[in-house]
Write a protein that binds this ligand. Structure first.
Ligand SMILES: [Zn+2]
Ligand SMILES: [Zn+2]
Length: 277
């Protein structure tokens, strides 16, 4: 599948793909490139330079050069269209050549400075590398600005949080939900000293840090959900299964995916809990 916002940020390129290596692929030492993977490889090497037929029928034409993540050493792997007349593109994995990802791991390719990089990481490692968007460092400051506007510590704002968040939007979202947790209105909270209302926090379901991907503002009530402090901490810090459960639940309450024109798996990708196939 094609890189989403999290991968774009980590690798600094939009043109990339990732997928899970099956045990079968590992055992057979070959992966068949799916749509976007094939597009990426063909776009880089050129359709005419990719050998058609078995590797053994032309070893030189089958060999392609990649750069290996993370150190950038050059590796040579075989990439061919094994069957004449078929679009099926196959990449051979080889321990001896430096690239043999384990079954269950994530393998990826991306273009950087006109070279095609390739790499693999264990799934937990991959997901944690992609979890920057989920953690949303500026969120804490934002909550303070809602509940105690006098205490806004602008100096604490991370440089990357270039998008201002409007306190009034948060208050409007809280009023709309009756100051109750969107995951479950019965969740315990306490009275906020500043507002005199039940204390809830405001969470942008589509993170503000991906604003540049959208032509419409993300700091709008449709994208802001009130959460009790526990659920809010959970959506940023819980184990993957719970993050996924909360995000899917919140998305299903409104037409948020339709409004912002994204697929559910893309939304889950912002939290690094998407399905990887
Ligand atoms: Zn949040
Ligand atoms: Zn809650």
């Amino acid at each position: 599948m094609r890189f989403g916002a999290a991968q774009v940020r980590v690798f600094g390129t939009r043109d990339g793909s990732y997928s899970q290596v099956t045990d079968r692929e590992n055992y057979d030492s070959q992966v068949t490139l799916t749509d976007y993977e094939a597009e990426l490889a063909v776009g880089h090497f050129g359709r005419n330079s990719i050998h058609i037929g078995n590797v053994t029928s032309d070893r030189a034409a089958s060999a392609k050069q990649f750069r290996l993540y993370p150190d950038g050493e050059y590796v040579t792997l075989n990439l061919v269209f094994p069957k004449p007349g078929s679009q099926e593109l196959r990449l051979y994995l080889a321990e001896g050549r430096g690239f043999k990802p384990d079954g269950g791991s994530i393998w990826f390719m991306y273009l950087l400075d006109d070279e095609l990089w390739i790499g693999s990481l264990g799934e937990p490692e991959w997901r944690s590398l992609m979890s920057d968007l989920r953690l949303d460092e500026a969120d804490v400051v934002y909550q303070e600005s809602i509940h105690d506007p006098a205490s806004i510590r602008t100096s604490v704002l991370a440089a990357r949080d270039v998008y201002q968040r409007d306190r009034r939007v948060a208050i409007e979202a809280m009023e709309m939900s009756g100051y109750a947790c969107c995951v479950d209105a019965d969740h315990y909270t306490f009275t906020s000293k500043a507002t005199g209302q039940p204390y809830v926090e405001a969470h942008h379901l589509i993170p503000m840090s991906v604003q540049s991907e959208f032509s419409v503002p993300l700091d709008v009530v449709e994208n802001v959900y009130c959460l009790c402090p526990t659920c809010h901490s959970a959506v940023h810090h819980a184990e993957d299964f719970l993050v996924r459960e909360i995000v899917e639940g919140l998305a299903s309450q409104r037409q948020v995916l339709e409004k912002f024109g994204i697929m559910c798996n893309e939304l889950l990708g912002y939290y690094s809990v998407e399905d990887i196939d």
